[in-house]
Design a protein around this ligand. Structure first.
Ligand SMILES: Nc1ncnc2c1ncn2[C@@H]1O[C@H](COP(=O)(O)OP(=O)(O)OP(=O)(O)O)[C@@H](O)[C@H]1O
Ligand SMILES: [Mg+2]
Length: 308
């Protein structure tokens, strides 16, 4: 067993002396952790380090997160800040629990090699994130089938025991990778409100995912339009009507004025645009698109039911 203290010393050295053996893997949207690609004894690993995180701006964090915590597009499932500690220890605990549950269920995901309070050393997944695949225009039917198949697999395992810690609590395109064969879930580290029931959490996760599927921030654009209408429908078709109905109830858009306010304060104070970009995902127009598809999905199910 590799000792994390040894790894961390090595990781620190590598991060301070960048060469081809260390690369920052952090997604553009990541705020709370840094992920590095490391080579140890000729083998690649991903080091996810929460201790490296420092808020870019406390004020902005407050402004941005206040919006994220509202009941917008299913986001209200997230544990309220500052209930989540900034040290990342809760994220590490949560990610550990879910990754272990997936391993037990034989769902391929990163394996935990070593960990401490704020760091996780994970097996390295060779491949790209779905966000990269979408943004570079590579997205194909094969990627879509794999994505939908994997989400179904995760959910059907979780439904057997109704265990919220088996679901993907941060289901967004950058947190699904493709290894050339199948979709691999990563980063299930978003603390959620424990008082919420399994079905509500599941509906919330799926609703946020539906938004990320048609979000320009994650690569959706005019060139991918057809595919993405298709993938949104394809994804929604895998959900049963009770989940869809709950998603409809949770589906509230971000307030247009708040989006503008956040954008303006970003510009004024030179703050990180991450928050306003993220909130934009849940704009009233995107909300209407999702609502339309959810309604169609219910109607389709009802008409099938009547035909029986
Ligand atoms: N085990 C892994 N193998 C290969 N690449 C990985 C692995 N884990 C993460 N990555 C890459 O690093 C990126 C960021 O990792 P991850 O999603 O875990 O953290 P994050 O989203 O930046 O963190 P946070 O949401 O806490 O701010 C991923 O999108 C993926 O491209
Ligand atoms: Mg991530």
């Amino acid at each position: 067993m590799i000792k994390i203290s040894q790894i961390l010393t090595q990781a620190k050295y590598l991060a301070a002396n960048p060469d081809e053996t260390v690369a920052s893997l952090g997604s553009e949207h990541g705020n709370f952790s840094q992920t590095y690609k490391l080579v140890i004894n000729g083998q690649y690993y991903a080091l996810k380090s929460y201790s490296a995180w420092t808020p870019r701006s406390k004020i902005q964090r407050k402004l941005g997160l206040a919006h994220l915590e509202k009941n917008v597009g299913g986001l209200a499932y997230r544990l309220r800040y500052p209930e989540v500690s900034e040290s990342g220890s809760e994220n590490v605990k949560l990610e550990t629990t879910v990754l272990k549950n997936w391993k037990e269920a034989q769902i391929k995901a990163p394996i935990i090699i070593a960990k401490d309070k704020n760091n996780l050393l994970l097996s390295f997944i060779e491949g790209e994130s779905y966000e990269q695949i979408v943004q570079t225009g590579q997205y194909s039917r094969m990627h879509q089938d794999s994505l939908i198949k994997k989400i179904r697999q995760i959910r059907s395992h979780a439904y057997k025991t109704r265990n919220s810690y088996q679901l993907h609590n941060d289901l967004v395109l950058p947190n699904m990778m493709f290894d050339g064969h199948e979709a691999i879930p990563i980063d299930p580290a978003l603390p959620f409100k424990k008082e919420l029931g399994f079905e509500t959490l599941d509906a919330s996760f799926n609703l946020v995912f539906a938004y990320t599927l048609i979000s320009p921030m994650y690569g959706y654009g005019s060139s991918t339009h057809e595919t993405f209408d298709y993938i949104l429908k394809g994804f929604l078709q895998t959900l049963d009507v009770s989940t869809i109905t709950q998603m409809e109830e949770l589906n509230t858009p971000a307030n247009r004025f708040e989006i503008v306010y956040l954008k303006t304060t970003n510009a004024l104070f030179g703050m990180n645009p991450i928050y306003s970009d993220f909130i934009e995902i849940f704009s009233p127009s995107q909300c209407r698109r999702i609502e339309t598809e959810l309604k169609k999905r219910v109607r389709k199910q009802e008409s099938q039911f009547l035909k029986l």
